[in-house]
Design a protein around this ligand. Structure first.
Ligand SMILES: Nc1nc2c(ncn2[C@@H]2O[C@H](COP(=O)(O)OP(=O)(O)OP(=O)(O)O)[C@@H](O)[C@H]2O)c(=O)[nH]1
Ligand SMILES: [Mg+2]
Length: 456
């Protein structure tokens, strides 16, 4: 099979990847250089030309040869590095197809790598995540998964579950002789210990999701509070329109920034107020929808409006449970006594912490960045060395394993036969095996690899 492995568009080089038992023979049909790639050793690079069936030269290229099993897919492979134009790349691809290769489907290279046991399923998924990563932490978590850290942890847990199963089955064999290979109390302790480790891995998803997809932050508040100004100041870019007219912003705007390796997706919104203006009202509806879906609501207030913080907070944009709220008092440059501590003290009587900023002068922006990053990383933050899951499918498998273990514990408590307990525990092991793909259906594989692009 063959595919272009580099993104579409013009570039210095592009790579056409050929993999499969005939890859080297097909490579030899299209490549002319000082060596025949069909005879070349693995991990060697050769200079030459790609030709069509009429032996016309199509491009000057480098061909890299990989020999099974020492390649990404575990099969023989040739990677042709040609010049990176859309037309030239397609011409090389077509020559390889004419020489007998079949166009690859999405993710087919990674799927072959999985089927040939070069990588486990969690590593295959990490390939897609790594390519999609938009922040340093997301990248580092995916790289850890790609290196097999998640797979190893899950395999370790599964082995413990299977060992427990084996003991239970031995127990069953010896019941008639009245012997217990493992006592009920030990069994229970071991299940509980496994349960708590699987549970903490499952709950690392909350953090893992943020590392992978970033945090959505919505700037909301009354019209003219300076949301768009603050949005621009955080982006360091004149992105949103700012005017002294309340009700300037209508459509929600989204842009991303990275703070401390975490991606924050900021949304500037229309100011919240009752209005008869039809267009503005549509904007306000969008604000409410954006606020509902946000991880963090950054409530922007205008320090120039002479109301107490408590009054501001009372009018605060509604936020739902599980959402973080960060009150920000903007336009502090207009306060006569700012940045004196007494202003802050007075303000903080109303709320746990209010960040004081001026979008105009830039003062307080660093504190705001720190406050955002602390909201996400502060408290029970995961260290970079901890394993966390970033994939909903993995979370679902872990939760199923937990339910099975709970079922096992419940059976024990009811005094059910150990056969039932063994059944539940075996099911837990099967759920864990789905993460690494030791147990996987065609349907699951199709679903996973559909997320990939062709050539990956
Ligand atoms: N002095 C001062 N003026 C500011 C500051 N931030 C914003 N302004 C001014 O306040 C006015 C409104 O700013 P915007 O950023 O458009 O406010 P908004 O909250 O986006 O307003 P809507 O989109 O209408 O809801 C503009 O005239 C800004 O120049 C600040 O920190 N200090
Ligand atoms: Mg605005």
């Amino acid at each position: 099979m063959v595919a272009i492995a580099t993104p579409p568009g013009a570039g210095a080089i592009a790579v056409v990847r050929v993999s499969g038992p005939d890859a080297l023979q097909i490579g030899a049909k299209v490549f002319r250089g000082s060596v025949n790639v069909a005879d070349a050793g693995g991990y060697t690079v050769h200079y030459g030309h790609v030709v069509n069936q009429k032996e016309e030269q199509l491009d000057e290229v480098l061909a890299t040869v990989f020999r099974a099993p020492h390649s990404f897919t575990g099969e023989d492979m040739v990677e042709i590095s040609c010049h990176g134009g859309t037309l030239i790349t397609r011409t090389v691809l077509e020559a390889v197809i004419a020489a007998g290769a079949r166009p690859a489907g999405p993710g087919e290279f990674t799927r072959r790598a999985f089927l040939n046991s070069r990588i486990d399923l969690s590593q295959a998924e990490a390939v897609a995540d790594l390519i999609a990563a938009q922040s340093r932490r997301g990248q580092s978590v995916s790289l850890g998964h790609l290196e097999g850290r998640l797979g190893n942890t899950v395999r370790g847990l599964r082995k413990e579950v299977l060992d427990l199963c084996a003991l239970l089955e031995l127990n069953l064999d010896f019941t008639e002789e009245g012997l217990d290979v493992i006592s009920a109390a030990t069994l229970r302790d071991q299940i509980t210990s496994l349960r708590s480790r699987i549970s903490s891995l499952a709950s690392s998803y909350a953090q893992g999701r943020i590392y992978r997809d970033g945090v959505s932050v919505v700037l909301a508040g009354e019209p003219n509070a300076g949301k768009s100004s603050l949005f621009n100041a955080l982006l360091k870019q004149d992105r949103a329109i700012v005017t002294p007219v309340p009700g300037t912003t209508r459509d929600a705007l989204e842009e991303s920034i990275v703070i401390n390796g975490i991606l924050f997706r900021l949304t500037d919104t229309a100011g919240l107020r009752e209005t008869v203006d039809h267009v503005e009202r549509l904007g306000v509806e969008r604000t409410r929808a954006a606020v509902t879906g946000a991880d963090v609501v950054l409530h922007v207030m205008d320090a120039a409006v002479s109301s107490s913080v408590q009054e501001h907070l009372d009018r605060m944009a509604v936020h739902s449970e599980g959402q973080q709220l960060l009150p920000v008092l903007n336009k502090c440059d207009l306060l006569p006594s700012w940045p004196q501590p007494e202003v802050r003290k007075e303000l903080e009587q109303g709320a746990a912490s209010v960040v004081l900023v001026s979008a105009k002068t830039g003062e307080g922006l660093e504190e705001l960045r720190t406050a955002l990053s602390n909201l996400i990383l502060g408290g029970a933050s995961l260290g970079m060395e901890d394993i966390c899951i970033t994939n909903e499918r993995h979370k679902e498998c872990l939760e199923r394993a937990l339910q099975n273990l709970d079922g096992g514990i419940a059976s024990m408590e009811k005094g059910a036969s150990q056969e039932y307990v063994a059944f539940d525990i075996r099911e837990a092991a099967a759920a864990l095996a789905e993460i690494t793909g030791e147990f996987s259906s065609e349907e699951v594989l199709n679903h996973i690899f559909a997320r990939f692009c062709i050539g990956k």
